[in-house]
Design a protein around this ligand. Structure first.
Ligand SMILES: NC(=O)c1ccc[n+]([C@@H]2O[C@H](COP(=O)([O-])OP(=O)(O)OC[C@H]3O[C@@H](n4cnc5c(N)ncnc54)[C@H](OP(=O)(O)O)[C@@H]3O)[C@@H](O)[C@H]2O)c1
Length: 327
């Protein structure tokens, strides 16, 4: 089968379309003929050799796809079903195998491109808010890099679940406009306001936020803690601005801020399948248009280098999609 492969760890020039063996499915697995794959930051890190592939997972990139079931050894799906799936890897290929429990039926109104934008971004957002961040109705939330695939999902879930203040940040004015359209109550451009805690405190009438959702890390840490209420939860789920931080720990202790981290890809199957099962209750919100999906751009498989280049440029708002095959 055709698949995107890498010559060696490194830049986009290492990516090429080659061939690899078609997966053979085991009990409780399905074989999906891939229509589209969503791009994720961890694909870039994996390409660069900075993200170890979980044991037993395909070494081919791609952690979310949409497509049509070709063969099923899982009782709840059959050949011909339209599904979207969370993967441990293998999505940048014409066929991918995965556990049936990690597949969801595609709502009838969604295209394969739209469906491929859901699993990793929305399951991450659901997990961050519900299972990790313990979000409660009426709380105020600070969401960084909010124009990202995960960020726009977070905003919409917060709005749906009754957040009081949804404060979205980005370094781009146009992304902040989108964040407002998707439900952010307040926006802050962190390029203009590197000391953004003052903006957060103003937006929350001096109180601060109950929950911080941060994929940036680095120099955002201290400002995040300043933005927190007493006993706030601070979920750090990536470190795009780097691993080193200059932080006043006295403030962390005084405020008793709970710092929590998580990585969905390395969670056990049971955790991920429970997550998929809980998230499936929200599928009607995609069907009735309450949840919106923003596709930034679609690239053919042969243009995978361009797709990675766009993500590296940080210019995308919402999801970048790799079209693997036509329906
Ligand atoms: N822990 C997990 O389980 C998990 C799962 C999935 C994704 N993630 C993480 O979630 C984040 C969003 O993922 P995605 O695929 O939706 O990403 P994405 O659409 O590519 O968005 C990432 C955004 O982060 C911002 N950014 C990048 N470098 C930055 C820097 N140095 N300082 C400040 N902001 C920076 C940029 O937005 P602006 O232009 O707005 O600044 C960029 O567009 C990624 O960090 C990813 O690794 C974590």
């Amino acid at each position: 089968m055709r698949s995107v492969l890498t010559r060696a760890a490194g830049g986009i020039g290492q990516l090429f379309v080659g061939t690899s063996p078609r997966p053979v499915i085991q009990e409780n697995e399905v074989l999906i003929r891939t229509c589209a794959a969503g791009l994720n930051r961890l694909d870039i890190m994996q390409r660069e050799g900075k993200y170890p592939v979980p044991a037993g997972a395909s070494t081919i990139m791609g952690v979310e796809v949409s497509g049509i079931i070709e063969e099923s050894k899982y009782p709840h799906f059959k050949a011909g079903d339209r599904v979207m799936s969370l993967l441990s890897g293998g999505g940048y290929a014409e066929y991918v195998s995965c556990r049936g429990e990690l597949c969801l039926p595609i709502p009838s109104n969604l295209s394969f491109h739209q469906a491929a934008s859901i699993p990793e971004a929305w399951l991450t957002a659901y997990q961050l808010l519900n299972l990790i961040g313990d979000f409660k109705n009426g709380e105020s939330v600070l969401i960084h890099a909010a124009g990202s695939g995960v960020g726009l999902a977070l905003i919409q879930l917060c709005k749906c679940w009754g957040a009081k203040h949804i404060i979205a940040t980005s370094r781009s004015e146009s992304k902040l406009i989108t964040c407002k359209e998707y439900g952010a109550t307040n926006v802050v451009n962190t390029k203009d306001y590197p000391e953004f805690s003052s903006e957060v405190l103003t937006a929350t009438d001096g109180r601060g936020v109950d929950l911080v959702l941060d994929c940036v890390g680095g120099n955002y840490l201290d400002e995040n803690v300043k933005s927190c209420v007493f006993e706030a939860r601070y979920v750090l789920y990536a470190i795009m601005a780097g691993a080193k931080a200059n932080i006043n720990l006295a403030r962390v202790v005084q405020k008793q801020v709970k710092l929590i981290t998580t990585r969905l890809r390395s969670r056990p199957l049971q955790y991920r399948s429970d997550l998929v099962s809980k998230f499936s209750e929200l599928l009607p919100y995609f069907e009735d248009g309450s949840f919106k999906l923003l596709i930034d751009s679609v690239y053919g498989m042969d243009d995978v280098q361009e797709a990675h280049k766009r993500m590296e440029s940080n210019e995308n708002t919402g999801k970048i999609i790799l079209e693997i095959s036509k329906e």
